[in-house]
Design a protein around this ligand. Structure first.
Ligand SMILES: [Zn+2]
Length: 279
């Protein structure tokens, strides 16, 4: 039953979990050799505050789950999403990104699990899955189905083991702005995948420095953050602004990524044109 799940994962097996996840870390793409004007780039990549993705509940729209945390969970900041009838329910990407791990560890630890890289050192991990819907290298958007809830690995009852990681370390989970209670239980109703979406995913490509996020679609406006070279961004909408010359030529298109605007001339989207709705 769901409320007995607190003891399902034996501590002894969890050292293996952390080791497996660490081994799965992927180094970011190499910087391009192509020159890029520094108009919108900063030289302070290492000093950048890394933007946390707006993670959503990794479960289907409208479903209510119990988010259980406990001191003997490993990593301790992991969340077990539990409910009756959990088996086979959709597991959704909690933020857009690139799938870096799709692995089956057999009857121990995470069992079948997936890791998604969201850029800026942020990843999310989904374990004990019954089945997979994605493969390594695949781009996924928030709300996209990546697998099914299961009970594989070191689990004795269907539930979703979920982690949010920054720099490889599990951090306390926040979904849709809701901070999960540590330690105890939080009732969560997912709104992931409820909207029509229309957003797109891109990858920041500079000559190396981080790309500045601006308050408005012009380099003269305030810097409100930055995104590292190689990081994945979710483009909510796009607008025409100042013309900027970057890695991908000259363009007046700017991408709104939630916290502000970045010049599309530095973002690989697979198209020189508009790929998301107009802001
Ligand atoms: Zn767990």
């Amino acid at each position: 039953m769901p409320h007995r799940l607190g003891r399902l994962l034996r501590p002894g097996r969890h050292a293996l979990l952390a080791a497996a996840a660490a081994a799965a870390l992927v180094v970011g793409p190499l910087a391009l050799a192509a020159p890029a004007t520094a108009t919108t780039a900063t030289a302070t990549a290492s000093a950048t505050a890394l933007a946390r993705p707006n993670f959503q509940t990794p479960l289907a729209c409208g479903e209510t789950w119990n988010a259980n945390t406990r001191t003997n969970h490993n990593p301790q900041n992991s969340v077990d999403f539990q409910r009756s009838g959990a088996l086979g329910r959709a597991t959704l990407a909690s933020a857009s990104g690139t799938v870096t791990t799709v692995r089956d560890l057999g009857g121990t630890s995470y069992g079948r699990y997936i890791v998604i890289d969201h850029g800026d050192g942020w990843t999310s991990l989904y374990a004990h899955l019954a089945s997979f819907n994605v493969s390594v290298g695949q781009r996924v958007t928030v709300g996209q189905r990546i697998g099914s809830v299961g009970s594989t690995g070191g689990s004795t009852g269907p539930h979703l083991h979920y982690e949010q990681r920054s720099g490889g370390s599990a951090v306390r989970v926040i979904v849709n702005g809701l901070a999960i209670r540590y330690f105890g239980n939080t009732t969560v109703t997912s709104s992931n995948g409820c909207g029509g979406g229309g957003e797109a995913t891109g990858t920041v490509r500079t000559a190396g420095p981080a790309l500045t996020v601006r308050a408005q679609p012009t380099t003269a406006s305030a810097a409100v953050g930055s995104r590292a070279n190689g990081s994945t961004v979710t483009i909510q909408c796009q607008v025409r602004g100042q013309s900027v010359t970057g890695t991908y030529g000259t363009s007046d298109l700017w991408d709104y990524i939630g916290s502000g605007y970045i010049a599309d001339a530095y973002v690989y989207t697979g198209s020189d044109g508009q790929v998301a709705p107009t802001c």
